[in-house]
Design a protein around this ligand. Structure first.
Ligand SMILES: NC(=O)c1ccc[n+]([C@@H]2O[C@H](COP(=O)([O-])OP(=O)(O)OC[C@H]3O[C@@H](n4cnc5c(N)ncnc54)[C@H](O)[C@@H]3O)[C@@H](O)[C@H]2O)c1
Length: 312
């Protein structure tokens, strides 16, 4: 018998690829999204889809009474920068939504949730590469609300028996990010400037360092955790462990478009608040416990992403 999964944020970037992977693996996936940043073009025809704003209490009651084996919670306002422009929206979209979804699990007797947290929850990490037990000192409203979601998972497990797996995503990239949202993403932001034939506007120093992970590696890790007993009630970094400066990344991208290094115009502006200077995941825990390893190097992933945009 197929297993039922409820996927929140399934009209978004990661959700779209995760839906495809899980459906191919034989799961029945029901998608919810409020389409605030997602798009109906990401919903494959025939998908059971509900346009629901999870931040509204009881909004999930309209879902049919299926016996969901697991909830995968990707829905979020996913930008540090936007969380400073509208902290209340971020509180609702991230913290309150996660609480509501956990409460739904409790009320419907759903035994498992997979929660997409963020490396932002570390703030500027004290240790690099950063292990999961690094001190949590979130520096943005987004990061605080993501971290609160982790604590809700822990409380709902302890008090109501809802098992969790938490993934702290690093900077995820790949084909299908919302190019119209220049406050969210990294590769997608730089690509949107190039596609519009404009100088790349970089917020913050070119010396910042980022751990980037291709979306297919993220999707694989989530799918591997689904049937894993070991992953129950665990928190994992989900990065590549490979990091590059912003300048290196811009060179990789612009070279791919045929520009000699340094020839594409780039404008550096002040950074966004709460942006950590350096990120690099310690992925030894997830590699050991889930037997997962990233399959796509950053340079290959950038090439692949640009190729998929150019072939559309
Ligand atoms: N992409 C990254 O680099 C990255 C890094 C760290 C963490 N994450 C986390 O991973 C998850 C997926 O990110 P993504 O890149 O696919 O983002 P995304 O914005 O493409 O997808 C999130 C989806 O959630 C939906 N949504 C937002 N608020 C909602 C609400 N109140 N009710 C229902 N749906 C709502 C949006 O419409 C969107 O489709 C998010 O939780 C994000 O915080 C992403």
């Amino acid at each position: 018998m197929s297993k039922y999964i409820l996927l929140s944020g399934g009209a978004g970037f990661v959700g779209r690829w995760l839906f495809e992977k899980l459906s191919n693996d034989g799961y029945k996936v029901v998608v919810i999204d409020n389409l605030s940043n997602g798009n109906m073009t990401n919903i494959i025809s025939g998908t059971e889809f509900y346009q629901i704003d999870i931040s509204i209490e009881n909004s999930l009651n309209e879902l049919p009474n299926y016996e969901f084996d697991c909830v995968i919670h990707l829905a979020a306002q996913a930008s540090n920068a936007i969380s400073f422009l509208d902290p209340m929206l971020d509180l609702q979209a991230n913290q309150i939504s996660t609480y509501n979804l956990l409460n739904f699990c409790r009320n419907r007797n759903i035994k498992r949730i997979i929660y997409s947290s963020s490396m932002s929850a570390y703030g500027q990490p004290l240790e690099l590469p950063t292990p999961e037990n690094n001190q949590m000192l979130p520096d943005s409203f987004y990061a605080v609300h993501k971290l609160a979601g982790e604590h809700y998972c822990r409380i709902f497990q302890k008090e109501y028996g809802v098992d969790f797996t938490i993934f702290r995503f690093y900077t995820v990239y790949g084909h299908g990010q919302n190019l119209a949202n220049v406050n969210q993403g990294l590769l997608s932001i730089y690509l949107s400037y190039i596609f519009n034939k404009q100088p790349i506007v970089v917020k913050g120093s070119k010396d910042r360092v980022r751990d980037l992970i291709h979306v297919s590696d993220v999707v694989n890790a989530i799918s591997m955790s689904l049937n894993s007993e070991v992953a129950k009630n665990k928190t994992y970094n989900l990065g590549s462990g490979e990091s590059h400066t912003i300048e290196e990344l811009i060179n990789m991208i612009t070279n791919e478009f045929g520009y000699t290094t340094g020839k594409y115009p780039v404008i550096y502006e002040n950074g966004t608040p709460g942006d950590p200077f350096q990120t690099k995941a310690d992925i030894s825990k997830i590699s050991k416990e889930l037997n997962w390893k990233p399959q796509i190097s950053v340079i290959d992933g950038i090439k692949l992403t640009i190729k998929s945009y150019n072939s559309k």
